[in-house]
Design a protein around this ligand. Structure first.
Ligand code: ADP
Ligand code: ZN
Length: 810
């Protein structure tokens, strides 16, 4: 009997999207386990690639010889223990099913990026070479790494040798998961031996004397880092000499890169909960106790103390010896949030954050994998954290689009959380002040259980008052600035009082539509419930759903005015305008440009917190999670922009954003005020945000969605085809649509095919179709068939993507 492994190889194509069998060399047989990574030869050229072991099985000798082909062997094992456990391997199957991605892509997505395969290239000798040449080119060795050859500037000579077939190129799989090590010293002699060594010292060996004394005090068990020894005044030379004499030895220990090493976290304890919070905590903990994988929707207004509910649930889960996971959107993983978790749970917390370096991420992953961290706080990809024995999974701000990955595999963290909850028999908590319509509707149908917090937790804080300013009137009154007179007045007032203001400039939908500055009219599609998008490349207005297209108007079709404009403006321009209006005020600008460098985001917030500025002007990233007691005014400069995007979620997004940003004002004793500037003040998303009434908004929006056959009444799948030649992309998409029409039921609604909003990206043309369906057992098989049928075209430049429940239609 011999053993063989089923291996998924790192070759992401349709043909290779299945396990391949490799024999296990006898010397690694005892060591190899399912979930480890291996290096295997692949294809005709036996290229070395990385793979994941999915199963190990026995092969009878008779089978071995009976096979017509030659069995290949595993070349090397890349791990000492499995990097993916049984749960995560099973989760990869579910993810593949849900997202139509290749298995290898799913497996790699689950690991920190440093563990993804990295291939190093070597040039090696295949023939005799003159000794002088071998010396000059290969330093006398048999091979040289590609980068070294580049550095030595000898590639031309080597390429010539290759043409003479004297050298060849090979690839080696490299793993970059480097562990950070710290060098220590440890005393190697007993007290008496060291004392004897002292007798042999010459005079004037003061440092050595001191070192001997130090080692005697240190004893034989303890370690001191070399860094510390140097700070104590022992030089490398002294230490090396002592090692030579056998007084001490150098020891390396593994360590973690700790991104929070220079911060201290003051311990906090649980607050006493109000009745609503207590009811929520009790409910969730009942599920924890009963090992019941219910999904809860925790609907609580901003500042209602949702985070305190999470903290107390987690605390109880930990006392039961279980682990907990809490996901947050990227932008709300602010220092403030990390602080709250670290202060409550200290060393037990691992933070997974995209601002961490690759090495830091790997270290946090190792802490979790070794069971040293029991609480994970992280962004979307933290859903793959290798936590055992989960007691609760929490998703904060569950409506955020960033929980959906916008590239393959296009998974939604919420789906994977619910899968993991079922695996561990533990509850999942979805929290938000403005839940997604999908989640709220599921709670309505009792698929999720709803928990409600209606009051601000901090007794002294009340919800802010909100005023909507009609910007059309401002224009009529000859105020052409980005700031209404009301907002200007209030900014001035706060400045005088020494209070601070936050200004939001909504960048979504920037310049992508035209609007009449006189009447606020935006060009709608005659066939759909959405507005048309401006396409500068073709100079037309287009509908992204049905493909309708028309000329850009130069007069408003509604009021016949000629003030029809591209709408949108940048933060930089607004900052200049602000400076002209109020030269005495200090402004901090926060957008992608000013936060690109690592740590810049935190620096800006700290500066604002220290009142080094009067106004914080920013894009969406200022809307969430900030808790500054001195902020008493929030201004939204352009509430409309997102509203006019050709996306059925534009009202929902606008409502969410306005609610969230309003929640930044009046967090403490001083009451808050919000000014929303809008060209469509009567739009329900704006009116209901003003009323701060999510339930009303939910009812109204459900009605709109029902009328338009949109989610949550229908499921959606978007198929996109792209190709360097436009007619190829279009042709493929028409064929796909035909296949869909033939295979799907009449209940399905197909939108398209249409070109994408930005039709050409990187010189590729994009076409899409959207499928809306309710119950369609045929859909999965048809989509798989489409993937198989388009394989040949894929080899000739076609790229196909299938996105289940897409978050963006633009
Ligand atoms: P949310 O996450 O719902 O926006 P937070 O958890 O941030 O709300 O709570 C808002 C503020 O109220 C915080 O400053 C928090 O410390 C405070 N808070 C929360 N729960 C309580 C409570 N039970 N008693 C007093 N203050 C509370
Ligand atoms: Zn249309």
């Amino acid at each position: 009997m011999r053993k063989a492994a089923q291996v998924i190889v790192d070759v992401p194509t349709m043909q290779t999207d299945q396990p391949f069998t490799y024999l296990i060399p006898s010397d690694v047989e005892g060591q190899l386990a399912v979930g480890m990574r291996v290096e295997v030869p692949f294809g005709k050229g036996n290229r070395h690639v990385q793979g994941f072991v999915l199963a190990i099985e026995e092969v009878a000798e008779t089978n071995l010889s009976a096979q017509a082909f030659e069995w290949k062997e595993i070349l090397s094992v890349l791990d000492l223990k499995p990097v993916l456990n049984t749960e995560l391997l099973a989760l990869a199957d579910y993810m593949k099913e849900k997202t139509f991605a290749f298995k290898i892509t799913c497996l790699q997505t689950m690991l920190p990026s440093v563990m993804r395969a990295d291939y190093r290239k070597y040039i090696y000798l295949t023939d005799e070479l003159e000794e002088t040449w071998q010396e000059a080119l290969f330093d006398g060795l048999d091979e040289i790494a590609w980068e070294d050859a580049v550095a030595k500037n000898i590639l031309p000579q080597l390429m010539q040798l290759r043409r003479q077939q004297k050298v060849d190129i090979r690839y080696e799989v490299n793993t970059r998961n480097k562990v950070k090590k710290i060098r220590h010293i440890s005393a190697q002699m007993t007290f008496e031996q060291l004392e004897e060594a002292r007798l042999d010292l010459r005079k004037n060996s003061q440092k050595k004397e001191q070192l001997l004394t130090y080692l005697q005090q240190l004893g034989s068990e303890a370690l001191t880092s070399v860094k510390e020894m140097k700070m104590l005044g022992f030089s490398t030379a002294v230490l090396n000499d002592a090692a030579k004499k056998g007084w001490l030895t150098f020891v390396e220990t593994e360590t973690y890169r700790d991104p929070f090493a220079d911060q201290t976290f003051e311990k906090t304890t649980a607050l006493s909960l109000n009745d609503e919070q207590k009811a929520a905590v009790d409910q969730i903990l009942t599920s924890v106790d009963q090992k019941n994988n219910k999904t809860y929707l925790l609907e609580g207004i901003t500042g209602s103390g949702k985070t305190e509910v999470y903290l107390q649930v987690i605390a109880e889960v930990l006392t039961q010896g279980k682990t907990a996971m809490m996901l947050v959107p990227e932008i709300s993983l602010t220092p403030q949030m990390v602080q709250r978790f670290k202060s409550r749970f200290g060393e037990q917390v691992a933070v997974m954050h995209s601002a961490l370096s690759q090495g830091e991420k790997y270290d946090e992953w190792r802490k979790i994998e070794r069971g040293e961290a029991q609480v994970v706080v992280g962004v979307r990809s933290a859903i793959f954290a290798p936590l055992d024995n989960l007691g609760v999974i929490i998703i904060d701000e569950e409506h955020e689009a960033s929980y959906k990955q916008e590239e393959t595999p296009r998974y939604h963290a919420r789906d994977l959380a619910i899968w993991r909850g079922a695996y561990h028999h533990c509850p999942v908590v979805l929290g938000s002040a403005t839940p997604s319509l999908e989640s709220r509707a599921r709670a309505q149908k009792n698929v999720y259980e709803r928990l409600i917090l209606t009051q601000r937790a901090n007794q002294t804080a009340t919800l802010p008052t909100i005023e909507v300013v009609d910007m059309r009137e401002e224009i009529q009154n000859k105020n052409n600035s980005s700031f209404s007179l009301a907002l200007q007045e209030k900014l001035q007032d706060r400045f005088v009082k020494g209070e601070q203001s936050v200004l939001l400039l909504n960048r979504r939908g920037y310049s992508s539509f035209v609007m009449c500055r006189d009447c606020g009219y935006v060009l709608p599609c005659p066939n759909c419930d959405i507005s048309l998008t401006l396409h500068m490349d073709t100079k037309t207005m287009k509908c992204h759903y049905c493909g309708h297209e028309e000329r850009i108007p130069y007069r408003c079709p509604n009021c016949d005015g000629d003030k029809i404009r591209y709408y949108g403006t940048g933060t930089q321009k607004v900052e200049e305008e602000l400076q002209q209006l109020f030269p005495e005020m200090r402004v901090l600008r926060m957008d992608v440009d000013t936060t690109r460098r690592k740590g810049a985001h935190e620096k800006l917030l700290t500066a604002f917190g220290n009142h080094e500025a009067d106004i914080l002007l920013g894009t969406q990233m200022i809307a969430k999670g900030l808790d500054f007691p001195n902020v008493t005014l929030v201004g939204v400069l352009n509430a409309d922009t997102a509203l006019n995007l050709p996306d059925f979620r534009s009202s929902e997004r606008t409502f969410q954003l306005l609610t969230q940003v309003s929640g930044r004002a009046g967090r403490a004793e001083k009451p808050g005020e919000v000014i929303i500037q809008s060209f469509n003040p009567e739009h329900y998303a704006i009116q209901l945000a003003k009323a701060q009434d999510f339930e009303d908004f939910y009812q109204k929006e459900m009605y709109v969605r029902h009328r338009g056959d949109y989610p949550p009444f229908y499921y959606t799948v978007q198929i996109t085809a792209s190709h360097p030649e436009e007619n190829q992309a279009a042709k493929q998409m028409f064929e796909i649509v035909n296949e869909l029409k033939n295979g799907l039921s009449d209940q399905c609604i197909l939108l398209g095919p249409t070109p994408n909003a930005i039709m050409r990206v990187n010189n590729r043309y994009f076409y899409q179709v959207i499928i809306k369906y309710k119950n369609e057992p045929n859909l999965q098989p048809i989509l798989k068939k489409i993937l198989t049928d388009t394989q040949r075209a894929t080899a000739h430049g076609l790229k196909l993507s299938i996105d289940s429940e897409p978050m963006n239609f633009i």
